[in-house]
Design a protein around this ligand. Sequence first.
Ligand code: COA
Length: 182
Amino acid sequence: MSLESHGYSILVMKPTKKTSNQKPSLHRAIYPGTFDPITNGHVDLITRSLSIFDEVIILIAHSSKNPIFTPEERKKLILHCFKNDPRIKVDVIDGLLADYAKKLGVNVILRGLRAISDFEYEFQMATMNKRLHPKLETFFLMASENNFFVNSTLVKEVISHGGDVSTLVPPHVEQRLKEKLC
Ligand code: COA
């Protein structure tokens, strides 16, 4: 089973000449997730993605998890990480990611891969999103080695038992987690 048989192509990035009315197709990406809360792993991935994309829309999306922060609280925590960087937008949706992307005319979904175990789930989501919106490509970045073991659930568990998460989340996120869970 090849990726090509699923309608994927291998993306070769070449330098693109920009003119005032021509933008490379990679100029905007949507980075969807639950972000309950944002971790240093997410921040690292978003920061690195800004050397590839002109603008990244961080999309707080509905998932089957039971979040501890409301979407608005999660949005505030994310915005605080990137202060006034105009290349970062944060939005919240209740519906389908594919519909949101279609409406906005964005054809790239950005996702992080931490371990092989992420792959099957990501492959299913990418395939489903493509089925719903055939122009949608999912672009994967590897998590950096410092963050490959981090996830929001582990962070919440560690802090709720009094563990130190100061290297896993930004300081303002750690503070809000303590207020919620300790
Ligand atoms: N570094 C460290 N940790 C990371 C990471 C990184 N670079 N990237 C993800 N993670 C962690 C997250 O903290 C999260 O941990 P958790 O499971 O303990 O909460 C986990 O990896 C995966 O989370 P996230 O990246 O937020 O993805 P998700 O699986 O929660 O999100 C949605 C799934 C929201 C993208 C998906 O459900 C969706 O698109 N929903 C919208 C509705 C829709 O269109 N559904 C159909 C989808 S085909």
